[in-house]
Structure formats: structure tokens, C-alpha cells
Design a protein around this ligand. Structure first.
Ligand code: IPE
Ligand code: IPE
Ligand code: MG
Length: 250
């Protein structure tokens, strides 16, 4: 698939105009493994390594928020073995994070409905939440979307808003987009300026449906386990070359 920079040099990232928030649909793990004659779970293991590498790179570059799609509300359709392997990798990552986030000043948040997630994983996520609370709000923050769906996030927000209205603490006619954003998992976080999807698929697959209203999209054929720092640079350079008008005229 062609993109603005296929076959060309990425060019230089302008560090004075970085997106504050980058979101990535970490896709292509299964195909990466299948092409090597490996089980799909090997692709998820390699993908987890790529996440570590890319999160470190984004932090070092000076990106403030990195949101990654790790497991969607639709991914439960996969085999028990595959879902189990993904949850085990998440557990391993959380255990590592609990040991290192304070030292590395990395905040960690979860987006998604955690209720069907195992109590063990939820307890670990609770621990990372507590560490995050003690870190500076200006520190790098990774948001992991787990059992996340854009529609589910909006529905959960609507339910909470409706409950507040019924309790008399909110008024329906006072709801605007800023107030509504406060009910989403991403409350308090700016919308992603840049959304990246590797693996050649040209769709959102239920990712950040509210927040993507004015995001710039970057698609690349690279499979997530093959994704590297140069790919992030190419995506940022492409973003920096876009003309963002927000409906206005220049
Ligand atoms: C993304 O890779 C990881 C998850 C959805 C959990 P996939 O597992 O979707 O990989 P492909 O798209 O089948 O190659
Ligand atoms: C989106 O990828 C979800 C994640 C990367 C976690 P999928 O592989 O689930 O999406 P589809 O099925 O190709 O739309
Ligand atoms: Mg996929």
C-alpha cells in the first residue's frame, strides 16, 4: 500500500511541532507469526516487545501521551488459547511496570471496561493506577486499551451521564462536548493528533471513535512486530506535513 513516504526518506522530525498524543492500533501480530510458520501467540509476544520499544522511543522523543489498542471488545471471539496468551503477556508487562514506572517516570492508564478482566490482572492494574497517581501529570503517559471499544466507551459514558441527570447533579441541556469528554475513559487527556495503524488495514476497528474527530491518520503495511522507530518518525513527519484546517479556511 502506498503512503506519502513509501520509497522515500522519512525526513526529519521537527521536535518543536510534535503531536502531544499518538494513538496506535497494534495490528498484524497474527500474520507476522503465520508468515514465519509460528503460532499466532508468538506474534503477540513479539508485538509486546515492539510496544516496549516504541513506548520508550515516544517518551524519549518528548511525546506526552501514547495510547495503544491492545485488546478490543470484539477480540473475545478468538480462541481461548490466544486470549489467554494475550492476558498472560499483559500480566508480565504489568509486573515489570510495577517495578519500573516510578524509576522511569512512566504513568500508565487503562481504557476499557475492566469488569470481565481476571481479578488478578485487575489487581495489578489497580497497583499501576496507584503508582500513576503519585507521578507528575507532566510525565509521559501510556494508555493501554484493554477490552476497549469506542462504542462501549461512549455507552458507558452515556449511562453515567444519565445516572447523574437522574440524581439531579447534571442537566441534559447543559451537556456539551467538553463535559461529555469528561465521562470518557480518556477524560482529561487531549484527543490524539495522530492515529497510526500498521498491517495494511484501512479501518478503525472501533478505536477512539469520539476522540478521532480531527485526528490525522497514518497507515502503513508494516506488521506491528516489525514496526520500529523509523516508522514512528515517518508517521510524525507525515503528520507534520498535513494541512490541519479543522473546518476553517486558511
Ligand atoms: C493485533 O494483531 C493484536 C490483537 C488484536 C490482540 P492481530 O492478532 O489482530 O494480528 P492479525 O491482524 O491477525 O495479523
Ligand atoms: C484491532 O485489530 C484491535 C487491536 C489491535 C487490539 P483487529 O485485528 O481486532 O481488527 P480487525 O478484526 O482486523 O478489524
Ligand atoms: Mg488484526
Amino acid at each position: 500500500m502506498a503512503n506519502e513516504f513509501s520509497g522515500k526518506q522519512a525526513g526529519q522530525v521537527d521536535k518543536s511541532r510534535l503531536p502531544r498524543h499518538i494513538a496506535i492500533i497494534m495490528d498484524g501480530n497474527g500474520r507476522w507469526a503465520t508468515r514465519r510458520g509460528l503460532p499466532r501467540t508468538a506474534g503477540h509476544k513479539a508485538g509486546a516487545e515492539t510496544f516496549r520499544k516504541i513506548a520508550t522511543y515516544c517518551k524519549d522523543l518528548g511525546i506526552q501521551y501514547l495510547t495503544v489498542y491492545a485488546f478490543s471488545t470484539e477480540n473475545w471471539k478468538r480462541s481461548e488459547t490466544e486470549v489467554g496468551a494475550i492476558m498472560t503477556l499483559l500480566k508480565k508487562y504489568l509486573l515489570e511496570a510495577i517495578d519500573s514506572m516510578e524509576r522511569d517516570s512512566i504513568r500508565l492508564k487503562f481504557f476499557g471496561d475492566m469488569t470481565p478482566i481476571s481479578p488478578e490482572l485487575r489487581a495489578l492494574a489497580h497497583e499501576t493506577d496507584e503508582i500513576t497517581e503519585h507521578l507528575d501529570r507532566r510525565d509521559f503517559q501510556a494508555n493501554i486499551c484493554l477490552n476497549y471499544g469506542g462504542r462501549d466507551e461512549i455507552l458507558r459514558a452515556v449511562r453515567r451521564f444519565a445516572a447523574d441527570c437522574a440524581a439531579g447533579t447534571r442537566k441534559p441541556e447543559k451537556l456539551d462536548d467538553v463535559a461529555f469528554s469528561g465521562y470518557l475513559d480518556s477524560a482529561g487527556i487531549p484527543d490524539p493528533e495522530l492515529i497510526i495503524r500498521p498491517s495494511g488495514e484501512l479501518r478503525l476497528s472501533n478505536f477512539l471513535l469520539w476522540q478521532c474527530a480531527y485526528s490525522e491518520f497514518y497507515f502503513t503495511d508494516a506488521l506491528w512486530p516489525d514496526f520500529d522507530e523509523a516508522e514512528i518518525d515517518r508517521a510524525i513527519v507525515a503528520y507534520q506535513n498535513r494541512d490541519r484546517r479543522f473546518g476553517g479556511v486558511k
